[in-house]
Write a protein that binds this ligand. Structure first.
Ligand code: SF4
Length: 216
């Protein structure tokens, strides 16, 4: 696993993304602190990984301008406005649905705000991933979302899509499927697909790979 993680980090670096490797989740917050200047504005993407690491509390208690989409008492419209503001933050912290051995980030989103941040907007995007997110290639990344990430997220969020019940995407029944095939449920969380390969802005995307498993 060490060799694999080093290979992924090397390939992320080749793709102009700055990779960091940490041994455990306890090392993530100190590293994040070193990457964020005091007073910086920060947004976050929805992520079990960030919850497991304690990122939300860290941002609330730190000296940051945190666009907190989860703040108590926010209406849905207010939360969406915070998500919009987060796209112009100095930094955006998120996880990734998968990281390929070749150093690509693969993400699928329902609202689209999280994947939008990967593409453009925040000056810096910091991605926290556990070793469980590493996959061989983009095909395996697609499979990972359709059989692990999406079903578990639908269960977590209580969205009764087909995969909520069967633990895999309905599109897997079709051998001829295209990547974006899926259900027609109005709560579908797999709407927008983004692959981050070689980046024009060097080190705008920073990837912290934790040797432990985090999120799903
Ligand atoms: S497209 Fe629908 S059924 Fe397929 S993984 Fe996404 S939410 Fe689940």
């Amino acid at each position: 696993m060490n060799n694999l993680i080093n290979k992924v980090a090397e390939n992320l670096n080749k793709n102009n993304m700055e990779a960091f490797v940490v041994e455990s989740k306890e090392e993530v917050l100190p590293l994040l602190k070193s990457l964020l200047d005091d007073g910086t504005s920060v947004g976050v993407g929805g992520s079990v990984t960030l919850n497991e690491v304690g990122v939300l509390t860290f941002l609330r208690e730190g000296n940051y301008k945190f666009f907190d989409r989860y703040a108590e008492g926010l209406s849905r419209d207010e939360a969406v406005e915070v998500m919009r503001q987060s796209l112009l933050a100095d930094a955006f912290i998120t996880s990734s649905n998968a990281v390929t051995e070749s150093g690509e980030l693969y993400n699928v989103d329902g609202n689209g705000n999280r994947v939008a941040a990967f593409c453009f907007g925040p000056k810096k995007v910091i991605v926290v991933v556990g070793a469980n997110k590493i996959v061989k290639d983009l095909k395996a990344a697609e499979q990972r979302v359709k059989t692990i990430a999406a079903p578990l997220n639908c269960k977590r969020l209580g969205i009764e899509t087909p995969c909520f019940k069967t633990n895999e995407c309905i599109s897997l029944k079709n051998e001829e499927r295209e990547m974006c095939d899926g259900c027609l449920n109005e709560g579908r969380i797999c709407s927008t697909y983004v692959v981050s390969g070689y980046q024009r802005i060097k080190d705008r995307i920073k990837v912290i790979i934790c040797k432990e498993n985090l999120g799903y």
